[in-house]
Write a protein that binds this ligand. Sequence first.
Ligand code: HEM
Length: 110
Amino acid sequence: MQGTTVFPLLTSVLYDDSEWESPHTFNHAHFLNQEGKFIWRDVFMVFSACRVCVGESMVRMELFLFFTSLLQRFRFTAPPGVSEDQLDVTPAVGLTLSPPPQQLCAVGHR
Ligand code: HEM
């Protein structure tokens, strides 16, 4: 009906095992091709489910600049004494799934 408010939930898409190799684990290989280069997956619908996000191209560029400038300067690791396997990345369930706070070390490249 016209005027109905719609809240798109992306759970079925983001956890779809016909689209993702391992939908329930953090796997950066989901976004890398066979040469290790970044690929965008259309099923990763962060910017639009129904309409178009006006900020998408700016945000993509800003995130690229933000993360590449950090990754060029630092190597990020788990805190001393904690292995990557011990990190708990179980999301907090709410209207969205929020990542829990983490401690990490940023080691500057020489
Ligand atoms: C990481 C940052 C952002 C994410 C993940 C994001 C995501 C989204 C999503 C999911 C929608 C709803 C699309 C739909 O209805 O299907 C949306 C709409 C929108 N976004 Fe963004 N957005 C981001 C940043 C921004 C920024 C920085 C701006 C403005 C400079 C912006 C402007 C808008 C506008 C105006 C709409 C409404 C479009 C409409 O209703 O026609 N967004 N965005």
